[in-house]
Design a protein around this ligand. Sequence first.
Ligand code: NZQ
Ligand code: ZN
Length: 381
Amino acid sequence: MQNFNFSNPVKIIFGKGTIEKLGAEAAKAGQKALFVYGGGSIKKNGVYEAVLKTLAGSGITAVEHPGVKPNPVLSHVREGVKKAKAEKCDLVIAAGGGSVIDESKAIAAGALYAGDVWDFFTRKARAQEALPIFTVLTLPATGSEMNNGCVVTNEETKQKYSTGETVLFPKASILDPEVTMSLPLAQVANGAVDAIAHLIEGYFTTPDPDNAVTDEIVHALSRSVIASTERILKDPKDYNARASMMWSATLALNGLASCGYGRMSFINHAIEHSLSAIYDIAHGAGLAIIMPAWFKHYLANGGEQRLAKYGKAVFGSKDAQETIRDFEAFFRKAGAPVRLSEAGIPAKDIPAIAENAMGLIAMWGIKADKPEVEKILSGAK
Ligand code: NZQ
Ligand code: ZN
């Protein structure tokens, strides 16, 4: 087990009817909020009205910044920064999935920075301060509600890059599982695949796999994501399944599930970000395509024992090969694509996808060259 620091400052307010608590929390931080949301799902499921009501009840004025798209784009982030500066907002409220929360984080940092917000993503600058961020999560998937990660696509250069700074942790996040009942099942699948991906990256790439406690956390959260997904697919109104899914996805990327794994590699994510940057597909769908191919590559390079251990604990698989089949069967059952062709991505694009992925691979310090990435992608044809 490697040395680690674990510190997570995000207050979680979890449960039915908890959005009404947002106003009182946010009022501790400011009085004028930039209210960030996406394409309108929150206007259909009641979240929009509930947010405006609690903010007004606590004397907070809301300046709206709607229209965040899935895989949020830099141009829209820049508009948000401009608006937050012009309106002198003193806090940011995000209501939506990972895309809305990530864009809100970028705006919160950009609003207090004199340069271009993209500087944070190219490592030209580091965010030293940010407006206080509050979130109302509507899609369990990314863990952005309880971490300091933030992913934005520069749509001109097709770079989907990330930043992660202490100032980007939300102050508080509201997790009301009832608001996830309006999710299309495809988004439930994307969220489940993403949560699994967050659990497996560290588990399989740690240089120090003798770590019983974190391994067991990963096993337990994986089983919870899988069981909750199956219950939701059967009965989308199953509150306890929605609640388990929501909390599991949050715990999968809030730092807990990788304590002691040391220097791990987010290789599936680095390759996936290239897919969603180029083809604008959902992050979870891209991961469901990359992971089975990467598992095969990992098995061929000494991963047998680790795959077998995970499979036995999570799926009851008999060996490493069966673990890979069980992963794929789960992704398929959830409704996610597991091959490039199933997402309409032609095999002839593999060199360009690999080329694009190399930017993030270099930035994240992952040990993989372009031929290796092409080889992994070839396994996903
Ligand atoms: O835009 P609206 O209308 O809100 O609709 C969204 C969107 O179309 C919809 N949706 C969300 N909640 C809903 C709902 N529809 C009905 N009912 C609800 N309750 O779902 C669609 C997808 O939303 P999005 O926010 O894009 O999904 P997700 O939460 O999966 O976020 C994906 C983004 O997060 C990044 C991904 O790369 C991607 O850009 N990630 C962020 C991470 C982080 N900050 O730590 C880590 C992840 O690995 C990931 O990279
Ligand atoms: Zn992810």
